[in-house]
Design a protein around this ligand. Structure first.
Ligand code: NAP
Length: 299
């Protein structure tokens, strides 16, 4: 349980409502900002006005999927008010306070470093990334259906990258009967992809594998679908780029060639905010509990 643990939760979207619910079930004392646009405050939380004094005595500071932007602004969908995190706010946090977010930009990392506060980026964790790959693959599949005039069953699909997202993407496509090729760079991934019934190839020879593709899903966060690759794709091909911004596709050239290409960030929060929220909530609940036990034991 989190009895006596003070959590300050700033901004976010529907996913944070699941976090509040979970932490409230665990009996944490929760203060929230950025939810004043809701008809009623989230159950189990105290709604407060954004102010430096809120940061005093906080054990866990929770920020949304992308902690802040490059200027310290916290994204919030349930309020018109601005939440801007500054050094001043951080000076009020106790030194044991842990800061949790999905992923942190340099601005937030810098604030934490200055105060020597522990920063946890949840989306970097394997467990969260693997669970998140489920709504990501479902969202990508939805986009594939919406942007093609053929069934995914029987279509020629290529998945680039065989990490946490690529693995689930390939399996999801195979599950509905697509012909799945997987682009990898490691021999063990090549072997695993072959074992799972995909047709593997090395990303170094992507060009030679580009000529017969209906759907190209990218999970590699570097420029991989270059102008040269796009020039060799059939005109019917659709690119769904799942890698984090700016993605791995030359979107300018795709547009020039008339190839449909779309960057699809943040799919879990878009297609399944409740599930995505629960994934974060389960992980956070456990992490804050572990941290509280450690502190209690003087570790
Ligand atoms: P991951 O587990 O690290 O997988 C990335 C894969 O890309 C690995 O197989 C890696 O190969 C491969 N790779 C990286 N650089 C490469 C290169 N230069 N050439 C060939 N292969 C390369 O990451 P993930 O969790 O699957 O996430 C992948 C991307 O999707 C990230 O950008 C993440 O932010 C994003 N993402 C997006 C959504 C969304 O909603 N769109 C949701 C979740 C994640 P090695 O194993 O050999 O390193």
């Amino acid at each position: 349980m989190l009895t006596g643990v003070h959590v300050l939760l700033l901004g976010g979207d529907a996913r944070q409502l699941e976090v509040i619910k979970k932490l409230s079930e665990l009996d944490a004392a929760i203060t929230v900002c950025g939810f004043d646009g809701l008809h009623s405050p989230p159950q189990g939380a105290v709604q407060a006005t954004f102010d430096e004094s809120l940061f005093e005595g906080v054990d866990a500071l929770l920020l949304p999927a992308v902690g802040t932007d490059d200027n310290g602004l916290i994204h919030t969908v349930f309020s018109d008010g601005e939440l801007k995190l500054t050094e001043k706010h951080f000076t009020h946090l106790p030194e044991h306070c842990v800061v949790y977010t999905g992923m942190a930009k340099p601005y937030l990392k810098h604030l934490c470093q200055q105060r020597n506060l522990k920063l946890v980026e949840l989306f970097e964790r394997d467990d969260v990334a693997i669970y998140n790959s489920i709504p990501t693959a479902e969202g990508a599949l939805m986009m594939a259906i919406q942007n093609t005039d053929i069934t995914i069953h029987g279509s020629a699909c290529v998945v680039l990258g065989f990490g946490r997202t690529g693995f689930t993407m390939a399996r999801t496509l195979q599950g509905i009967g697509a012909k799945v090729k997987v682009g990898v760079r490691r021999s063990e991934h090549y072997a695993r992809a072959a074992e799972m019934g995909y047709e593997p190839f090395y990303t170094g020879v992507l060009l030679q594998n580009a000529s017969n593709i209906d759907l190209l899903f990218n999970t590699i966060p570097t420029m991989i679908i270059t102008a040269q690759i796009i020039a060799n794709l059939p005109s019917r091909a659709v690119i769904i780029d799942l890698a984090s911004k700016p993605g791995g596709t030359d979107f300018r050239f795709a547009e020039k060639r008339g190839i449909k290409a779309m960057l699809a960030p943040g799919l879990p929060g878009i297609v399944a905010p409740k599930t995505a929220g629960r994934i974060i909530a389960e992980c956070l609940g456990q992490l804050i509990m572990d941290e509280t036990i450690k502190r209690g034991n003087g570790i």
